[in-house]
Write a protein that binds this ligand. Structure first.
Ligand code: C5P
Length: 401
């Protein structure tokens, strides 16, 4: 399964403090892990009275830390190392007591200590009784935390565990996951229109047979997702693949190279960036048959016609967008890719070795542009897609400044 979420491979520290809403943190941990995040849980002593560490350990697949003086860890400075190893800390639920600790810079338990020692964003999801929430002391603490750059998520209003109604309910797990996704969203391509081709094309020979290229579409779909997260409006023209397109992309399904070219021609007006990831079949059958060709013992000659080069067509347009090509090569990776870049007059080509990357969830990439080579060592395709989108945005900006 291709993980297209922005949280894929993000390292999160989930902190639980004492509150009935701790039960929601189990669902939160599950959703974060499902989104591809690596979740390290830290619980305060009071949190452990509401929910078992074993539950969080099972859901995250990682041992849960609870104690500043814990000895069963490889980390000799858990309060510093734990916060250094993560991209963000989310405290859910954050009790009134813990909020007071944070606001005053106390560090008398592991979670408070690592929040104080952090150099990453801190988000808190308060959960408490409505009067505790309304108390001027709590509000003062929250104002202090906000001015310290801590992001406060919620709370919501509604029925409380104590039976009262009012502000103080912790946000639901899915709302907290959405907030975490927003945290990592970049603005690299804000307001830009991006057109991406992805997947293979399939060229019919007859009613059941055809010519195709091996391509899972994973890289193209990951790029569509990364471009969306960078703020672009994305159109994804895709050949036959078996995963669903990212939400919010305009998705155009095609089968053959000719259909892909027609769809690209249809969508190209006003496009700022065109990324050709598709493994377009180089040839199609000159005389494709409507009906199934009957099997005989005689040799069968198939005449093939070269397919249009979609990327070349776009790159040669008088008002061409910024064009990015892909080169999947089985040998001489860099020289073959650079030749393609020059032939198709592209500012950027992304080269990868066929044997390393086709169908895989990970790949190693070499980016070739006017400044030379840039190596992206093996990583998940979604992570490579984020690097690539950043690189594309920088080159685009340089070209347009
Ligand atoms: O197939 P080739 O190695 O030439 O592909 C290089 C780049 O050109 C890729 O980005 C691919 O998506 C694009 N291409 C295309 N139309 C073709 C062949 C390739 O857009 N017919």
């Amino acid at each position: 399964m291709l993980d297209l979420s922005i949280l894929a491979s993000k390292r999160l520290l989930l902190g639980l403090t004492g509150g009935v809403a701790a039960y929601k943190a189990a669902e939160l941990a599950r959703l974060l892990v499902q989104d591809g995040a690596v979740v390290q849980t830290v619980m305060t002593e009071s949190a452990c009275r509401f929910i078992g560490a074993a539950t969080l350990q099972a859901l995250t697949g990682k041992p849960v830390f609870t104690d500043l003086w814990q000895t069963n860890t490889d980390s000799n400075m858990a309060h510093i190392n734990l916060s250094r190893e993560v991209d963000a800390i989310l405290i859910a639920p954050a009790s009134a007591d813990f909020i007071a600790k944070l606001a005053n810079g106390l560090a008398d338990d592991l979670l408070a200590a690592l929040c104080l020692a952090r150099d990453c964003p801190l988000l808190i999801a308060p959960a408490m009784n409505r009067q505790m929430w309304e108390n001027p002391a709590t509000q003062r603490n929250l104002t202090a935390l906000q001015s310290d750059g801590v992001k406060i998520l919620g709370p919501a209003s509604g029925e409380q565990a104590c039976g009262e109604f009012g502000m103080g309910r912790m946000l639901e797990a899915d709302a907290l996951v959405a907030a975490m996704r927003r945290l990592f969203r970049t603005k690299w391509l804000q307001g830009k229109r991006v057109l991406i081709t992805a997947g293979p094309t399939f060229e019919a020979i007859d009613a059941v047979r055809g010519i195709t290229n091996i391509s899972s579409g994973k890289m193209g779909y990951a790029l569509a997702s990364a471009a969306l997260e960078a703020g672009a409006a994305v159109t994804l023209v895709s050949g036959p693949v078996c995963h669903s397109p990212p939400m919010n992309a305009k998705n155009v399904k095609v089968v053959s190279a000719k259909e892909m070219l027609a769809a690209v021609k249809n969508e190209i007006t006003h496009v700022d960036i065109f990324i050709a990831v598709a493994a377009v079949a180089d040839f199609s059958a000159t005389m494709a048959k409507q009906q199934k060709i009957k099997k005989t013992n005689h040799p069968l000659t198939l005449t093939l016609t070269p397919n249009p080069d979609i990327l070349k067509f776009v790159a040669d347009l008088p008002d061409a967008p910024f064009c990015v090509g892909f080169a999947a090569e089985s040998e001489n990776l860099e020289s073959n890719a650079e030749d393609k870049r020059r032939n198709k007059k592209l500012p950027l080509i992304v080269a990868n070795l066929v044997q390393d990357s086709i169908g895989a969830d990970e790949s190693a990439l070499v980016l070739l542009d006017d400044d030379g080579k840039h190596f992206l060592p093996t990583a998940s395709k979604i992570s490579q897609a984020h690097h690539l989108i950043k690189h594309i945005a920088q080159l685009y900006k340089k070209q347009h400044d």
